[in-house]
Design a protein around this ligand. Sequence first.
Ligand code: BGC
Length: 502
Amino acid sequence: MVGLGPRKPPSRKGSMADVPKDLVEQIKRLEELFTVPTEKLKEITNHFMGELEKGLQKDGSTVPMNPTWCMGFPTGYETGTYLALDMGGTNLRVCEINLPEEKGEFDIIQSKYRMPEELKTATAEELWGYIADCLQQFVEYHHEGEELEEMPLGFTFSYPATQDYVDHGVLQRWTKGFDIDGVEGHDVVPPFMAALEERGVPIVLAALVNDTTGTLIASAYTDTDVKIGCIFGTGCNAAYMEECGKIPKLAHMNLPPDLPMAINCEWGAFDNEHKVLPRTPYDVIIDKESPRPGQQAFEKMIAGLYLGEIFRLVLLDLHDTGHIFEGQDMSKLKKPYSLDSSFLSAIEEDPFENLQETADMFQNKLSIVPTRPECELTRRLSELIGTRAARLSSCGVAAICKHKKWDTCHVGADGSVFNKYTHFKARGAQALREILDWPKSKRGQPDPIEILPAEDGSGVGAALIAALTLKRVEEGNHAGIRHPESLMKCIHKAKGAAKPSE
Ligand code: BGC
């Protein structure tokens, strides 16, 4: 077999011994398709660096490098009470966050609402209406009987948006399978605010925030070594702090050159031109059949939304070409997006030598009874897909560090794949070591650049960015704020509100 980095516990040496020759050949073919060797990682990283730099130079670049008007890190002494709304790919979450006097502390109360699948292809009005209903429910429940004054909100809208101000954002394109007409190319704030006004929900939008920027800020609030915020979840992306003088596309604004500006890279779009990423025929199908073909090339090889789908497409292909699941009912496996990345992770975690859990999962979820060699193949395939995702994502982290000439830093990372996909962290760390040619670290010593679990970026991070924005309004520094006057109105509310009860 081609060497592929860690194939960690449980150690199942010789488990391929009973696999028939035909399947061994198929496994070899898959290993060749999905393995990304060190040299390729380095090539991808170098190309990535150039693309990040292009994005800083010109609007409309492949990797958009969106300025977010989040200008600087928190001190740790931010205070007040803020609402945060997190519209991720899977759930909708409303939070009330209290930042007390104590450095780096926060209290949070929150409610999660399911984001109905149909909403992804609903009308814009239905989308904003649903979100406003959830916010209304939250506010009414937690502030029942109170005379409500306007509360400041950080809205985590985790899609690529062009921001001329922190409280503004024109959706560049939907990602993560969303496909709602009439939103792309428009500022999302006015229709969202209109839906709130219609319902009489007293909220002022202080900041529109990307989840990566929120992650960067929330993590830096508690760990000042954090310089990058990453999401490896349903989608995949990163943000970091740039100096305005190093963002040529903002030169016309004459901002002080050393003024910090968080950049939302939107690196999911990296290599939409297909120059370096080692795409397989399965990646090509994913792209072609997605609502936005030609977009998010990098994300489609890494993010949680797609890992299960890549796996499903490979298995279907192997069945159609007569290699596996002979005579089995394939109707369930034929359903697009029926497997999510947790299925692959669970296969990788099957502790039994005979892969009994894997067989049970196939039977329960897909009504397929796999043979033992077929289980071995699915195990190896899961490892290949999961390892490729982790290794490719490290190219993005390495590219930002190389661009910024950072030899050491912490990267705050969040998202279901990072937190739950088995071995993702270790595989990503291993790839970073290979790309950056670090000498073998001594036992127990941390790597110079470490990707660590982040603080809650979409909740606490959004609240902190709202707090930082209000602070700028208070200081009369209105750069990058569209409606300072309406923010003025809620400063006392943010500062004067009672601490939320648990
Ligand atoms: C979006 C990004 C987001 C990432 C992680 C991508 O699909 O374009 O804005 O940060 O997913 O949620």
